[in-house]
Design a protein around this ligand. Structure first.
Ligand code: NAD
Ligand code: 0WE
Length: 255
């Protein structure tokens, strides 16, 4: 659909084949980009590396985004390997499991800190490390969710973190605009990934989402992938600081 020949993209946040990061990496690869993909830690290395190496030419790097040295090391490695960067995908979100159960009012100081460090600060840290490699301009994108704007029971501190993430997108878009680096977010409808597993009533949620959405169905992860390709490509050259909804229209409904 969009041509990314000669472009270099790095995708953060691959856990397994259901990850939104995988659909984004796949889409970017199909459009012609050279791909680097990161996974969180040794525990995830086996599964992640097998997947990554199944994508021709793709390379695997380990990066825990809560660690500044990890971020520095990965961008040094990317600089040495590719010499430049055109696209960065941030597909990472985390809060301690206990925070996504029960009432929001019980949010702990440590749970709040971790959710914001991993899900929000990491975008700032990655953008700062990536910008010097984006000499020809670039495209940075992250993943958000409707729970940033409206109350979704049990999404709790992640909703607060996603609100901060969406605001971070606007401030980064302002700073990086002068270097022709665009920063946007994709607000995806609910998708059954690892991050959605263990969320008690997720199946009920998917059902009611499909019923209310104008398109009468749930989002396919590859629709998020193709939106990422659009945001990486020159077709979106006038778009920055935006939240793009890939939710089958769910968020436009009032009743
Ligand atoms: P996922 O579990 O496949 O991906 C989340 C990733 O975050 C994992 O790869 C995990 O390893 C990584 N991660 C967590 N802590 C990390 C750390 N300290 N350092 C490095 N990586 C870390 O689930 P997903 O649904 O693909 O989530 C990707 C993004 O999409 C998240 O930001 C999530 O909030 C967002 N999102 C998900 C949905 C959904 O319904 N699944 C909807 C909208 C937005
Ligand atoms: O952003 C997300 C999920 C984020 C997430 C998921 C987990 C599960 C495992 C963050 N941290 C953790 N921590 C864990 O230990 N989504 C948009 C998916 C999601 O999660 C929900 C949702 C939806 C939708 C939680 C409650 C209600 C709805």
């Amino acid at each position: 659909m969009f041509n990314l020949d000669g472009r270099v993209a790095v995708v953060f946040g691959l856990a397994n084949k259901r990850s939104i990061a995988w659909a984004l990496a796949h889409g970017l690869h199909r459009a012609g980009a050279q791909i680097a993909i990161t996974y969180q830690n040794e525990r995830m290395a086996m599964e992640a590396k097998d997947l990554i190496l199944s994508l021709s030419g793709a390379e695997a790097y380990m990066c825990d985004v809560s660690n500044d040295e990890d971020i520095d090391r990965v961008f040094r490695q990317l600089h040495e390997r590719y010499g430049k960067l055109d696209t960065l995908v941030h597909s990472i979100g985390f809060a301690p499991a206990a925070e996504l159960k029960g009432d929001f009012i019980h949010t702990s100081r440590e749970g709040f800190r971790i959710a914001h460090d991993v899900s929000v600060y990491s975008l700032i840290g990655l953008a700062r490390a990536a910008a010097p490699l984006m000499q020809n301009g670039g495209s940075i994108m992250t993943l958000t969710y409707y729970g940033a704007e409206k109350v979704v029971p049990h999404y709790n501190v992640m909703g607060v973190a996603k609100a901060a993430l969406e605001c971070t997108v606007r401030y980064l878009a302002f700073d990086l605009g002068k270097k022709n680096i665009r920063v946007n977010a994709i607000s995806a409808g609910p998708i059954k990934t690892l991050a959605a597993r263990g969320i008690g009533d997720f199946s009920d949620m998917l059902k009611s989402h499909a019923e209310r959405a104008p398109l009468g169905r749930n989002v396919d992860v590859n629709e998020v992938g193709s939106t990422g390709v659009f945001l990486a490509s020159d077709a979106s050259s006038g778009i920055t600081g935006e939240i793009i909804y890939v939710d089958c229209g769910y968020s436009i409904m009032g009743f």
